[in-house]
Design a protein around this ligand. Structure first.
Ligand code: ACO
Length: 398
């Protein structure tokens, strides 16, 4: 149990709220979550309706601009992204020069940070046209950056964006080239990536989005703010959990440990059950339900069942039978089933969080932009509860 304390100082009252569990730091119109009821809506539209009827690009537009695109606007948006997907040659060389076995999230954050240097004509937060141009550039170029980092990591030549392809198709082509499946499987693959990106598009004041807002509150440019969001996402308590889940499943499989014994280790606090638990959802995570359905469609084939998916299902069932998890309201979160899908598609586990970042980008952009127009906008500056030494004398000063 986290204790909330109210502290009185010479400048007024301060609330001590570790991890901001009970603190709202802004008003927002972007995403609504009811954690008890498992409700998630982007701009008022339930996530499950968007998952069935929409596409990642349409949802990105909705999240960023506030409304579903009028007829013609989605094509215009998509055309702008195609036109801007290239990165400058010297930026490509910069990415190529980074350690090829470095974690892709570290490389991606560095690359995003440098966008401000390559495109300083779109880095002024006070100029709406520049913020709009940066929005297009970020959305257009992040898949190109991600794919280049991946190609470098496997020692293969980068593949330039193809302006004739759609957003997700272009990304998977730049990533896998000829290895991208075609036909029915290719279509299923493309739809799955699209849906996964859509389900990650925003999630109100999660750690990385809160970071984007905090950095942006100092009037830092959008590229710097979003690079900070990429870094915040990389941690295993946040977006890095999708990689950690796969590593946990691999370890359970390879060691042959019984699931009950593994869960005992979790209960003894030796390890965390990765992909379980959430600050806001205390019943179920609606994204996890959608992702489990998707995994079932893709991986639960009678002729060729996926070993890791089966293991994840058994682990989930074992945890949900155990009062340790139910009493603490710990359920699978968005990261529990994504990794098994990405692995089956051929993504290495250190790319999983990069895929999360591609999905979360519209949310980061939307929050950065919303904050600029917030009448209550002021620099983020939390207070602290000082527990250090009282005043003392420096030696020799009396
Ligand atoms: N495994 C084991 N125990 C857990 C887990 C877990 N995954 N998550 C929470 N608990 C326990 C805590 O130890 C605590 O127990 P206690 O009351 O006996 O001390 C209780 O459940 C409450 O947990 P908190 O730590 O207060 O939860 P908090 O809201 O601070 O943390 C978090 C949420 C970080 C997501 C946590 O559940 C966790 O570490 N999960 C595993 C990592 C993960 O999957 N992260 C992805 C989250 S979704 C996202 O960011 C995209």
């Amino acid at each position: 149990t986290i204790e909330l304390k109210t502290l009185l100082g010479s400048t007024g009252m301060t609330t001590l709220d570790p991890g901001f569990g009970n603190t709202a730091s802004c008003s927002s119109k972007i995403t609504y979550i009811d954690g008890g009821a498992g409700v998630l809506r982007y701009r008022g539209y339930p996530i499950q309706d968007l998952a069935v009827g929409s596409s990642f690009l349409e949802v990105a537009y909705l999240v960023i601009y506030g409304e579903l695109p009028e007829p013609g606007r989605l094509k215009e948006f998509s055309d702008k992204l195609r036109e801007n997907a290239d990165i400058p040659e010297d930026m490509g060389a910069f990415i190529d020069a980074m350690p090829r076995n470095g974690h892709p999230m570290a490389l991606m954050a560095s690359a995003v940070n440098t966008l401000a240097a390559y495109y300083d004509d779109s880095a002024d937060p006070a100029d709406e046209n520049q913020v709009e141009l940066a929005t297009i550039r970020l959305m257009a170029k992040l898949p190109t950056i991600a794919a280049r980092i991946y190609r470098n990591s496997i020692g293969e030549e980068p593949i330039a964006p193809d302006p004739s392809l759609g957003y997700v198709e272009n990304f998977t082509r730049m990533t896998f080239g000829e290895r991208r499946p075609d036909g029915e499987l290719g279509e299923l693959f493309g739809k799955a990536v699209d849906l996964l990106l859509l389900l990650h598009a925003d999630h109100e004041l999660n750690c990385s989005t809160a970071t984007v807002r905090v950095v942006g509150s100092s009037q830092a440019d959008i590229y710097a703010s979003i690079a900070s969001g990429v870094n915040a996402l990389s941690g295993p308590s946040h977006g890095g959990a999708n990689q950690a889940v796969l590593e946990m499943l691999d370890e359970i499989r390879d060691s042959g440990v019984e699931l009950e014994d593994f869960l005992e280790r979790v209960k003894n606090r030796e390890v965390r059950l990765m992909g379980f638990g959430h600050r806001v959802y205390k019943n179920f995570d609606p994204r996890s339900k959608q992702i489990k359905n998707l995994a079932t469609q893709i991986l639960d084939r009678d002729d060729n069942p996926d070993e890791l998916f089966e293991l994840a299902l058994r682990l989930e069932a074992a945890a949900l039978k155990d009062p340790y998890f139910t009493e603490r309201k710990l359920y699978p979160n968005v990261d529990f089933f994504t990794g098994v899908i990405y692995r089956a598609m051929g993504f290495p586990s250190n790319m999983f969080t990069v895929l999360f970042a591609l999905g979360r980008l519209p949310g980061w952009i939307a929050h950065y932009r919303e904050q600029l127009h917030d009448p209550a906008f002021r620099i983020a500056r939390p207070r602290q509860h000082y527990v250090g030494s009282p005043e003392r004398r420096y030696p020799g000063q009396g």
